[in-house]
Every structure is written in C-alpha cells, then in structure tokens.
Design a protein around this ligand. Sequence first.
Ligand SMILES: [Zn+2]
Length: 123
Amino acid sequence: MYRVKITSNFSAAHFLRGYQGKCENLHGHNWKVEVLISSDKLDSCGMVVDFGELKKITGKILDELDHKHLNELPYFAQNNPSSENIACHIFNKLKAELRERARLEEVSVWETDNSCASYKETV
Ligand SMILES: [Zn+2]
C-alpha cells in the first residue's frame, strides 16, 4: 500500500466551552494540519494523488477556518472547537472532496509543537 502525507497550517481564535482553565478564554493558535491518504494503486504518473492537488484541496478547507473565530462557525457552534473536533471536521470535508480518488486515513491537528489530536474512521 502507498501512503502520502502533506502538512498545512492555519491560524485562528477559539475558546473551549465548559472547560475550566486557560482555554476557556478567547485565544489563538497556529495549527499545523497533517493529512494522510493511501491507495493500493498509483495513477499513470506513479502517484497516489499529486501532492499539489492534495495541498490545494486541503487549503480550500483550511481557508474556511483561517483567521476566523472558530466558535462563530456553524460546525463549532454545535461542537466545541477542540483540536479533536477540528480534526474530525477537516476529515469529513476532505473525505467528501477526495471521494474515490484515495482512501483518507487520518487527519492530525497540532495545536502546539507538543500537542496533537487525530481523527480516523474505524474500519
Ligand atoms: Zn486553544
């Protein structure tokens, strides 16, 4: 099996509802996003999906989050904008975009250099 990973970034503000600690107050992060896809076969160029194409699709989704107050977006009005929920949100949007082109394995969201949350579907 072939696996391809790209990383991208976005910056946004959030606060966590129902959380007691520093993150209950409005603050920002520069999130790093890792996208991992896989496929058993390659296209005619020998690729799973062109890195540039995967970055473009991911970038379109991250543009909707970049420089936003995440709590004000409809998805995060329902779901606390934790890194876990951000990873799940990006995963679902990306899966819809990729459709049959490749298997979306996992989306990981780094809130800091040392803290990462991931979302993947169980098979
Ligand atoms: Zn935070």
